[in-house]
Design a binder for this molecule. Structure first.
Ligand SMILES: NC(=O)c1ccc[n+]([C@@H]2O[C@H](COP(=O)([O-])OP(=O)(O)OC[C@H]3O[C@@H](n4cnc5c(N)ncnc54)[C@H](O)[C@@H]3O)[C@@H](O)[C@H]2O)c1
Length: 272
């Protein structure tokens, strides 16, 4: 009989989670470590990253921190090398690092657009490129594995005031599908999927609501928050564990036949 509990375990596997110093990335790192993975937490925020490592270690998990800006190609090579050196062959990559800005389309500067695309799209592209090199047969890790890219409900539907963010998260969805098809057809043993949360109560989630007031789309924060909550049929925002659980599934052997698709933990936001 299939041992379904075991299918969700990651014992002996090495994982790298970008942007994992805080928020959703930190919860993903905790989830993967609880499932038995050794996790390299990477981020530009060193202190918060070390604190997340300590929290995981105190709970009996294995983790380390590596300072890493996802927009710099050489730092991707160094981060993957570090994960392999510290814990062994890389089998799970979560491209989670991301930023959000707000502006009406007619006011949005090219600089803002490029900045968001640089972190949210170039960062994911570079992570995919170097992880696929390492994880493919004959690569430095060479065992195949799972890559999970953090998109957003904003990669599936549009809203007012977040043009750069929507464009970037839509691109992450298609980067994931194209990479999934190529990796499968080349028999690399690598699966690639994307995750599309609606609003999660992190610093970014709070800013998303605040920006609606900044853009004069809502009179005050309480009204903006109530309107955004009402846009989720379940009536409330998600928490970081709702996203981490979806990532854990995609990273695990339970999802061994799942590639090129999306999981949408959004409280019904995109169904309405
Ligand atoms: N919070 C939400 O409502 C929500 C909803 C859907 C998708 N997301 C996505 O989830 C991911 C995590 O979001 P969060 O809510 O935890 O945000 P957050 O701002 O709390 O955390 C993002 C992390 O990414 C790091 N980061 C930013 N730029 C980086 C760079 N260039 N290199 C390395 N690290 C960098 C930050 O330092 C931070 O630790 C993002 O990709 C975001 O777009 C968030």
């Amino acid at each position: 009989m299939t041992d379904y509990g075991k299918l969700f375990r990651l014992d002996g596997k090495t994982a790298l989670v970008s942007g994992a110093a805080r928020g959703i990335g930190a919860a993903i790192a905790e989830a993967l470590a609880q499932a038995g993975a050794s996790v390299l937490i990477t981020d530009v925020l060193e202190r918060a990253g070390q604190e997340t490592v300590e929290r995981i270690r105190r709970a009996g998990g294995e983790a380390a921190f590596f300072k890493h800006d996802v927009t710099i190609e050489a730092q991707w090579e160094a981060a993957i090398k570090q994960a392999e050196k510290e814990f062994g062959p890389l089998e799970v990559l979560v491209n989670n690092a991301g930023i959000e800005t707000a502006a009406m389309l007619s006011q949005c500067t090219l600089e803002d657009f490029n900045n968001v695309m640089n972190v949210n799209v170039n960062g994911v592209f570079l992570g995919l490129k170097h992880a696929v090199r390492a994880m493919s047969p004959g690569g430095t890790s060479g065992r195949g594995g799972s890559i999970v890219n953090m998109s957003s409900a904003a990669g599936l539907v549009g809203t007012t005031g977040h043009i750069s963010y929507h464009a970037s998260k839509g691109a992450v969805r298609m980067l994931s599908k194209a990479a999934a098809v190529e990796c499968a057809q080349l028999q690399t043993g690598i699966r690639v999927n994307s995750v599309h949360p609606a609003i999660i109560g992190t610093e970014m989630g709070e800013n998303f609501v605040k920006h609606l007031v900044d853009l004069q789309l809502a009179p005050d924060q309480a009204t903006a928050k109530a309107a955004m909550m009402a846009a989720h049929p379940m009536g409330h925002f998600g928490d970081t564990a709702d996203v981490a659980a979806a990532v854990l599934y995609l990273a695990s052997p339970a999802a061994k036949w799942v590639t090129g698709t999306e999981i949408v933990p959004d409280g019904g936001y995109t169904a309405a």
